[in-house]
Design a protein around this ligand. Sequence first.
Ligand code: HPA
Length: 253
Amino acid sequence: MSAPVLGIIGGTGLTELSNLEIVRRQVARTPYGEASGALTFGRMGGIPVIFLARHGYGHTIAPHQVNYRANLWALHAEGVTRVVSIASVGGIAPELGPGTLALPNQILDYTWGRKCTFFEGPDQPVTHVDFTHPYCPHLRAALLGAAAAVGEPIVPEGVYATTQGPRLETAAEIDRLERDGATMVGMTGMPEAALARELSLSYATIAVVANHAAGRGTSSGGISLDAIRAVMQEALGRARRIVERVVVDHERS
Ligand code: HPA
């Protein structure tokens, strides 16, 4: 195993990091199957990181088909101890308009049928991990510090509801999620966060608000996928600046 290194899981629209100097790519086979794509070993500001595109490099893997176990296992097996994930979401709370960045601190899980634990099978004792606080408070603090350092506003808290997808939600479903306490909705937050916890990885997510959730704001009459693309391109640039900074801070810590 190599030295501790920061892993980055890129979501929709983030299949590469422009500021990543690529050293090599390595196909990742694990006991749980293949990861979404080759691991990209690279350097950011001279510091080693490992990048993985959650949906594959051609964005071909739908949220419910992502092999979350293989992705997390592959990063862990390469010595990754901290994982920053980047995920696009729909904004439910009024302050989460398109283009906003947010750092969720809680999760609701509405997914089903996904492989959601490493602790199953004949040789595995049943294991219940503590998940009271699903995101690592230290990594969240580091991301908040990095955002402040590069002058990028970020909403410091939020409740990320994970839906099954790949379809977007109905307006009534968004109303229900809001009643449940969700402030944003995405399709990949779980089981990724829980699997990271099972591997004792420090894990946090930068949520990039792509659109108002169904039935809200500019999405009251429907969600425009063209508008999402335009928003994401610009907003992901800001998320990248935060990631780049946290990589430097990680190296110093
Ligand atoms: N719902 C679920 N996932 C999403 C959305 C949404 O509105 N926008 C981006 N990812």
